[in-house]
Design a protein. Structure first.
Lengths: 408, 241
């Protein structure tokens, strides 16, 4: 069964299996495991970025196409939903029109970009896509009557997906597992009270419905991408990535395969944008179209491991958790160490710069350092690195002449 | 005389500023194995790549089965029944042996009888079926590269220096495989530097020098004429043995 669901493409490492299962169950049960609005928006963002980064990975990782217009497709999906909902009212129909419209527009633009520019070399393609993306951003700003310009565009989601809707009248309960574990370590004597504290109310509102729509769409799209990359189509893409001439000499029209891939990636990015707009119904150029978002996608893809799809899961989770919680962790660390640094004798007072370094204001510095270290220790990304270890053992096996399988 | 399967007439090829082929005239008769010999830099690989349109012919005409294919895109040539085995053991390293083979079987699932025949030629591939091609040895990669070209019946196989860098035992295995292939009357144009290998397999031969074909004839005649070998290939047979 797992073979069918994962299209035979397993994570291929015990550590990875554990990490990916933790991410999956963390997201599946997220609203019942993590308390608070910040945690809720974090798990929602992780879902959305898994789709967005995976769709970028099928370009960058599987075909070595460096596109800088991925945020444009993400933005198209978001703006299409916002414009449709704004002009047609908060109904499922208008949401449907927005989503389908966004995907179609993204696919058509991706097709044009692919056809017109995929014949040029990688760097030039990247520049062309950057120019198109910048042009799109300018259009969004100029057509403020439709798009809201720099201010952005707000809308009301369908009632069933809003906070006012009650799926069930009765309250449900969640269990703050991380908080409970933390208290278990820091205050083991107070188990009963801590357990009671860890239980929290979950309002079964439209926000929960929306979360599970997003979660299930994420699972569906991720498995779809996994299926595609492990199909004959994906095999050709991998061949093109390795050597375009050889793939062409085997009879594959590589430009066509690359273009189809750009269209698929663009359409899926638009779906991610539509989900993001639904989760936070205020669409601005800054949060969807900026180069900063593009760089984040690139970082998530590289940190997780390119050309693996599972890397998108790991990369998006690490990045968004770091982006959301690093500052909080630093604040805790800063406060905890304040007493120690204040008590330093005069002649060691110069050490206080260490305390300043972990000030929450420096969180961006630490985030950068985290990425530099992750690239240093995981040059092929987290998933890539674990898989490389697996490959090394495969080579060792083949040298020993062990574990050989014959053709069916 | 029957029309050859492949004909090159006055083909010139430029790579950047370099003029590599200076009017190649070559015919490859159907059902035969034609050897393309010549010193390093004579233009043999360029000739194969020009036939496959991986490098554009700047002048001249190439016909395949009577059709002009000079401007035909590479993927169309492959679809029309040409298989190309590049000299650098052109396998896809990150794909498994199985995926490499499936990729070459463009028309759908691999025909089991055909697979059995191909794997019979190169039994080593059977052992490494699910392994990544990058983990194979040089000889095994070369076998995979040839097996990939054979996985579907082809009208013409272009094979570039299959023995390059291989141990004598593996070369003998390749000779056996090509001899079996010859029994199927597949047309082959094979570029080679190893004269013994060429002599064992070739029906006809074309020798290139400085971007032109300087000699054509039967392989047996060239093999029997040492003086001609020395003149055309610049070395004696003794030094090649």
């Amino acid at each position: 069964m797992f073979d069918t669901i994962l299209s035979g493409d397993y994570p291929k490492s015990k550590v990875l299996n554990t990490v990916l299962l933790a991410i999956f169950f963390g997201l599946a049960l997220g609203p019942f495991l993590f308390d608070g609005a910040v945690a809720f928006s974090t798990i929602t963002n992780i879902c959305i970025f898994i789709v967005l980064v995976a769709s970028y990975d099928i370009l960058l990782g599987y075909t070595h196409i460096v596109s800088l217009a991925h945020t444009m497709f993400y933005g198209i999906g978001a703006y299409a939903v916002a414009i449709a909902m704004n002009s047609m009212g908060p109904s499922w129909g208008s949401m449907f029109v927005g989503v389908i419209g966004g995907v179609l527009v993204a696919a058509v633009i991706a097709l044009l970009v692919g056809l017109l520019s995929l014949r040029v070399k990688a760097l030039f393609f990247a520049l062309v896509t950057l120019a198109v993306a910048v042009g799109f951003g300018i259009l969004i700003s100029k057509f403020y009557a439709i798009t809201g310009g720099e201010q952005g565009l707000g809308f009301r989601p369908p009632r069933e997906l809003g906070p006012g809707f009650k799926l069930f009248e009765e309250r449900w309960y969640g269990f703050n597992a991380l908080g409970w574990l933390w208290n278990l370590v820091t205050d083991p004597g107070n188990l009963g009270e801590n357990t009671k504290q860890a239980v929290f109310d979950v309002r079964m509102s439209g926000r929960i419905v929306l979360y599970y729509v997003i979660f299930l769409t994420t699972v569906g799209l991720f498995l779809l991408m996994l299926r595609m990359m492990n199909s004959p189509f994906g095999r050709v893409l991998k061949a093109v990535r390795e050597n375009e001439f050889r793939a062409e000499a085997l009879g594959y029209r590589t430009v066509m395969f690359r273009t189809i891939n750009v269209v698929i990636a663009g359409a899926i990015a638009a779906l991610a944008g539509a989900m993001a707009a639904m989760s936070d119904p205020w669409v601005t150029p800054d949060s969807y179209l900026s180069l900063g978002v593009m760089v984040n996608i690139l970082l998530m893809c590289v940190i997780g491991g390119m050309g693996t799809l599972y890397g998108a899961m790991v990369g998006a989770t690490i990045f968004i958790l770091a982006e959301t919680y690093l500052k909080d962790f630093m604040e805790v660390a800063y406060d905890l160490t304040a007493g120690f640094f204040n008590a330093l004798p005069e002649w060691l007072s110069w050490l206080s710069f260490i305390h300043e370094l972990i000030s929450p204001d420096r969180w961006y510095f630490w985030m950068g350092l985290l990425f530099v270290l992750s690239v240093y220790f995981f040059p092929a990304g987290v998933v890539g690195q674990f898989r490389a270890k697996e490959l090394e053992s495969q080579i060792a096996d083949s040298e020993e002449g062990a574990s050989r399988t014959e053709p069916a | 005389m029957a029309e050859p399967l492949l004909r090159l007439e006055g083909v010139h090829t430029h790579i950047g500023h370099y003029h590599i082929l200076h009017g190649v005239d070559l015919t490859v008769p159907e059902g035969e194995l034609t050897m393309l010999l010549g010193r390093n830099g004579a233009g043999k690989t360029t000739t194969l790549r020009t036939i496959m349109n991986l490098w554009k012919a700047s002048q001249g005409r190439i016909t395949f089965g009577g059709n002009d294919i000079t401007q035909t895109p590479t993927y169309e040539l492959a679809k029309s029944g040409m298989a190309y085995v590049p000299e650098d053991m052109g396998v896809f390293h990150l794909l498994s042996v199985r995926e490499n083979m499936e990729l070459a079987a463009r028309s759908g699932p691999i025909d089991p009888d055909r697979l059995e025949w191909v794997v019979g030629l190169f039994p080593a591939l059977k052992k490494f079926w699910t392994k990544e091609a990058g983990t194979l040895s040089g000889g095994q990669k070369q076998m995979l590269s040839i097996a990939r070209a054979l996985i579907e019946p082809r009208k013409l196989m272009l094979v570039d220096e299959p023995t390059k860098g291989l141990a004598p035992a593996i070369i003998n295995e390749l000779v056996g495989a090509f001899q079996q292939l010859k029994e199927t009357h597949t047309t082959v144009l094979l570029v080679e530097q190893n004269f013994n290998f060429a002599q064992a397999l070739g029906d006809s031969v074309a020798v290139m020098d400085d971007g032109v074909v300087v000699h054509t004839g039967a392989m047996a005649d060239l093999a029997a004429d040492e003086a001609l070998q020395t003149r055309l290939l610049g070395l004696s047979l003794d030094s090649h043995q």
